[in-house]
Design a protein around this ligand. Structure first.
Ligand code: NAD
Ligand code: ZN
Length: 355
């Protein structure tokens, strides 16, 4: 069997106030001449004066700042609009910095790739389609759980599909994890995104496509999640858990919950974290960890929306089931090569109707 050659984040800084080291440890030796510049992709939450990070960032006159509207998750059309602005400059940026959650970090990844690879974002949705080395990129998470800061994909929707740019060029060269940045995340969003990490670990551990290193990462990440959610909330621990869960899942695979969540997101436009929670809540027959998840729901007073109260039609349910079953690799990871005989369309529809 041919083994994977796994790409990892090259450098990281972890700890309170690590954001303050962005210039000295990361940018200073890359921004030298007057024509060198940085493209910042920053979540739109930080645009208002009360939440602004501008005074804390080493921004120079010719840098470009894009505030990313994350009301909807990343769409290829939006990415294409921003890359057209960057390509219209006389020179390419020296560095791209993404500050935000999974959505904004994925924007930064896509822009750094499209600076040096012609065409549109959707041309690269798939596996190993990127030809040229991307621009040096920095990921600074402001919400924890997706693990996007440590993975080799950047997820986006285009006209026809929700699929990532899965490439070594999607891995950040530098990550800065400053737990102070998580303090403003609203409670429900905090929970949904954190649970994405919990589910990454469960799916990675209970699948067949893992290896001893991904198992080690996922087990430790899960242990830290339990500690954080049952015992004492610790934002730095959560950040580490997210990074480890991201590494585990990037180098193994997701399982049953993610395919179901993609169906929910595609048809109902639900965001990733909430779709993950709605799907995982019904998967007790496959994953014993759903018991812990239900206890977290109670402890954090989270009321999950019910999709069967959203007026969903039979046709929409069928579309969700079809979208779920397109995810052959994750389902094979979960059920083995014979998965089509075990996880049938009828079974998927039965699960969706319970959600
Ligand atoms: P997000 O980036 O979509 O942001 C969710 C909300 O949180 C937004 O309203 C945003 O404004 C707000 N927010 C972010 N930081 C905040 C802060 N510090 N204070 C207050 N509000 C804040 O959330 P997410 O769950 O991190 O990311 C979901 C996206 O990540 C999806 O598009 C999903 O497909 C993608 N994803 C990517 C990977 C990957 O490996 N690249 C993995 C999993 C998920
Ligand atoms: Zn996920």
């Amino acid at each position: 069997m041919k083994l994977r050659n796994c790409k990892q984040v090259t450098n990281y800084i972890l700890g309170k106030n690590s954001l303050e080291q962005l210039w000295e440890d990361v940018l200073e030796d890359k921004i030298i001449s007057d024509t060198d510049y940085v493209v910042y992709c920053i979540d739109h939450f930080f645009e208002s004066s009360e939440n602004s990070l501008i005074d804390r960032l080493p921004i120079r006159n010719n840098d470009t700042i894009f505030y990313i509207d994350t009301t909807d998750e990343p769409h290829a059309d939006y990415i294409n609009k921003l890359i057209d602005i960057v390509r219209a400059n006389k020179t390419l940026p020296s560095v791209v910095v993404g500050i935000g959650g999974g959505s904004t970090m994925d924007f930064a990844k896509a822009i750094s790739i499209l600076c040096t690879n012609e065409g549109k974002a959707e041309d690269y949705q798939g596996w190993n389609l990127v030809k040229n080395k991307a621009i040096f990129k920095v990921g600074i998470p402001t919400i924890s759980g997706t693990g996007a800061e440590f993975t080799r994909t950047c997820v986006m929707t285009s006209k026809i599909k929700k699929l990532g740019i899965n490439s070594d060029q999607s891995v950040f060269d530098q990550v800065i994890m400053d737990p102070n940045l998580l303090e403003t995340v609203p409670k429900d969003q905090f929970f949904y995104t954190a649970m994405d990490c919990f589910v990454h670990n469960v799916e990675s551990l209970r699948g067949s496509q893992n290896d001893s290193l991904t198992i080690a990462f996922a087990e430790k990440s899960l242990e830290m999640m339990k500690d954080v959610f049952f015992n004492k909330m610790d934002l730095e621990k959560l950040m580490v858990s997210s990074a480890m869960g991201g590494t585990a899942v990037a180098n193994s695979n997701v399982g049953i919950c993610h395919p179901l969540s993609y169906g929910l997101s595609l048809v109902l436009g639900l965001h990733h974290g909430i779709a993950i929670c709605i799907a995982f809540n019904q998967l007790e027959e496959y994953y014993p960890e759903v018991k812990d998840f239900k206890e977290y729901l109670i402890k954090y007073d989270i009321k999950l929306p019910k999709i069967n109260e959203m007026g969903v039609s039979e046709k929409q349910i069928e579309k969700m089931a079809d979208a779920t079953l397109l995810n052959e690799k994750p389902l094979e990871n979960a059920f083995g090569p014979n998965w089509k005989n075990i996880f049938t369309k009828d079974k998927v529809i039965e699960l969706i109707k319970k959600m």
